[in-house]
Design a protein around this ligand. Structure first.
Ligand SMILES: Cc1ncc(C[n+]2csc(CCOP(=O)(O)OP(=O)(O)O)c2C)c(N)n1
Ligand SMILES: [Mg+2]
Length: 325
């Protein structure tokens, strides 16, 4: 029998998980609209469908822990505490953005939140995560580093070098592979000799587990267990979260390589309505309360869009700021 939700987290925390997933979904769908209106330009990769991974995992981490992700990272940053309006302004390229409009969709960064970046180079964040974990270990700080990446990163040299390094030097890293089965249009079976990603860590003697990435509670429990192990042993752990993106790779991708039938199977596993049903069934919220949450998230996102539209562009002088030389 499934564990009752109240045995896992408080009522408030349980509802908060729904709220964060709803906010993430609203944010991403608003980004799609703003992209089609031409307010967001360049590459735009949306997270709709994968919310349970960012939300469940972040809830299991401490505020001091570092988080790094790839370029599908708006929700990761918002769930960690970045203001939606500052993230939206960043996507618009405005001076009020999280990175003053200089990073854009793929390079969100907020050291105040220990959110150490979105990375556009596939697998680029893995060695950086090891470096952060090394610094924490060297300074004897009680913080771990959680590094998120896609299934497309696991055949990169950086993946193998980082796992080897993390285990050899006993670095406090949690590696989380968000396996959504595709790297752009290439299905994982067509690019990986061993597509069962979590089994690949045995070559580096790193314990690994697979978790249902469409179930926010399953992710929370798996990450909580894994981070406890990292803190206890000082060594890396690995999680493979099985998930699915509901949209194409980026806004430029109509995702013709996936069948409608496959899409329907995963739509039925949408983490939002499924978790809502669980909250309702266990008397943690009413349908009206969940609707009010969705309305509130919608309003926050609309405010974010209004803020981004009204914000100024960076001034010419900004070109000479935030540079090394
Ligand atoms: C080193 C490198 N090679 C290739 C690319 C082009 N590229 C951008 S995204 C992507 C697919 C990555 O897929 P995955 O890691 O599964 O992440 P997802 O998009 O599914 O979230 C590729 C190959 C890149 N950005 N960096
Ligand atoms: Mg992928």
């Amino acid at each position: 029998m499934e564990t009752k939700l109240r045995a896992i987290l408080s009522d408030h925390e349980l509802v908060r998980l729904y709220e964060q997933m709803a906010l993430s979904r609203e944010f991403e769908e608003a980004c799609a609209e703003q992209y089609t209106k031409g307010h967001i330009t360049g590459f735009l990769h949306l997270y709709s469908g994968q919310e349970a991974v960012a939300v469940g995992a972040t809830a299991a981490l401490h505020k001091d822990d570092y988080i790094l992700s790839a370029y599908r990272e708006h929700a990761q940053a918002i769930v960690r505490g970045a203001e939606p309006k500052r993230v939206m302004a960043e996507l618009f390229g405005k001076a009020t953005g999280l990175c003053k409009g200089k990073g854009g969709s793929m390079h969100l960064f907020s050291p105040d939140l220990n959110f150490m970046g979105g990375y556009a180079i596939v697998g680029g964040q893995l060695p950086i995560a090891c470096g952060l974990a090394f610094s924490a270990k060297y300074r004897q700080e009680d913080r771990i580093t959680a590094c998120f990446f896609g299934d497309g990163a696991v055949n990169q040299g950086t993946f193998h070098e980082s796992l080897n390094w993390a285990r050899l030097w006993e670095l406090p890293v949690l590696f989380v592979c968000e396996n959504n089965f595709y790297g752009i249009g290439t299905e994982v079976h067509r690019s990986s000799a061993l597509p069962t990603v979590h089994k690949r860590t045995c070559g580096y003697d790193i314990p690994s587990e697979k978790v249902d990435g469409m179930d926010v509670i399953a992710v929370f429990k798996a990450v909580k267990y894994a981070v406890e192990k990292v803190r206890e042993t000082g060594r890396p752990q690995f999680l493979e979260a099985i998930t699915y993106r509901f949209r194409g790779h980026s806004m430029a991708d109509p995702a013709k390589y996936r069948s409608a039938a496959e899409h329907e199977i995963w739509k039925a596993r949408d983490p939002l309505p499924n978790y809502a049903r669980r909250l309702l069934a266990e008397g943690l919220a009413t349908e009206q309360e969940l609707e009010a949450i969705r309305q509130r998230c919608g309003a926050i996102v609309q405010e974010a869009v209004t803020f981004a539209e009204a914000s100024p562009w960076p001034g010419e002088q900004a070109v000479w700021e935030d540079i090394y030389v």
